[in-house]
Design a protein around this ligand. Structure first.
Ligand code: ATP
Ligand code: LTN
Length: 332
């Protein structure tokens, strides 16, 4: 099947309020593909079920995540924006891929190890087979590129391995996708524990800057960010807190580290933290305004969900039918 354009696919779980980590590592990079790629951006609600969710919150965040995609610059006319559970082919292909994914491969996944340590009372099978569902998301659309944060590289690599294994047995089934990790901002760290990734499901709200935090909250969180005992703003190994703040400042201003060091030479950490808070709040203000406008019209969002699901289902069905035929499943 000849493609008109290469395909870009990515997904975000509605498992919490989105953070500047999700924004800088993932969403902000999505609109760049709109012109030259056929783009699918998915709210992966089924993935969120691997951790217990409060139903009303999951529902609300599914709408919000879709609205944030648009507020962050994704034009729904140029991108297919949809919700994973609205296209059942994802679950169907996930089962098939489960049968081509090895126990050993899944056991090596860092996210599984981290999440099973964090949710020791709920190490369910979905948490373990999570990467097969993610591989199904990607492979259904014959995806060429997957823009993601650094933490997802391992999952995309597993997806490639599974696709290759399948193609070796049943030639020309899947396009082999490429993970695209941005140069900067691919691993934003927690403000409270800067050796760890900023996580939307972190129980400490001061560790995380949410896309929807108001200006005062953003500035207060950066003021309290954990840094070392030095005073000069300098990017150096081991200075995780300052390195993280410099990365965030660089992402929002476009300035490189040398320019940031020059700008803050002779000024202390508190001046710098205030500046990081201000540029972040300035950058998020238009996103928040657009988000509020969109959320005021739920019918519009539901219409988009239906349109996105229809578009996605057409592509997904093509791949799923091909897979079923190759496997010898009877089609009626
Ligand atoms: P959870 O805490 O529920 O696992 P998460 O914050 O890791 O969620 P996801 O929905 O799993 O968010 O990720 C969406 C996208 O955001 C992925 O591409 C992921 O790599 C990226 N991302 C998440 N956190 C960060 C971060 N701290 N820095 C850069 N990118 C990130
Ligand atoms: N596993 C990802 C979310 C995700 C995804 C995808 C990303 C699910 N399906 C497909 C890219 C492509 C995460 O935890 N961040």
């Amino acid at each position: 099947m000849q493609k008109e354009k290469p395909v870009s696919f990515s997904g975000i779980q509605p498992s919490g309020n989105l953070t500047i980590g999700n924004y800088l590592g993932a969403i902000r990079n999505f609109p760049a593909y709109s012109e030259n790629y056929k783009c699918f951006y998915c709210v992966v609600d089924l993935h969120a079920l691997t951790v217990r969710q409060v139903p009303a919150e999951l529902r609300r965040r599914t709408y919000e995540t879709l609205a944030l995609y648009i507020a962050c610059g994704l034009d729904p006319e140029k991108n297919t924006l949809f919700v994973q559970s609205h296209v059942p082919a994802h679950s169907e292909l996930a089962w098939i891929l489960d049968c081509f994914t090895m126990f050993g491969e899944l056991s090596r996944m860092t996210q599984f190890k981290e999440k099973s340590a964090k949710h020791a009372d709920n190490i369910n099978a979905g948490l373990f087979t999570y990467p097969s569902l993610m591989a199904a998301d990607i492979l259904l659309y014959q995806t060429d590129v997957v823009p993601v944060g650094d933490d997802q590289k391992q999952h995309v690599e597993l997806c490639r391995d599974v696709a290759q294994r399948f193609n070796n047995l049943y030639p020309d089934t899947f396009t082999i996708p490429e993970p695209i990790i941005s140069q900067s901002g691919a691993r934003i760290k927690s403000l409270a524990e800067p050796t760890r990734k900023m996580d939307k499901s972190d129980p400490n709200p001061n560790a995380v800057v949410y896309l929807l935090d108001d200006r005062d909250t953003i500035i207060r969180k950066f003021k309290r960010a954990v840094t070392d005992s030095e005073t000069s703003v300098r990017y150096a190994p081991g200075k995780d807190g300052i390195n993280n703040l410099m990365t965030i400042y660089s992402c929002f201003t476009g300035k490189d580290f040398a320019a940031i060091e020059a700008e803050f030479a002779g000024r202390g950490y508190s001046d710098f933290k205030l500046a990081v808070g201000e540029v972040t709040a300035d950058a998020l203000a238009p996103v928040q305004a657009e988000f509020r406008r969109l959320m005021a019209d739920k019918t519009y969002i539901e219409d988009l969900m239906r349109k996105g699901a229809r578009e996605a289902a057409i592509c997904a069905a093509r791949t799923l039918t091909k897979v079923k035929k190759k496997l010898g499943l009877v089609l009626i």
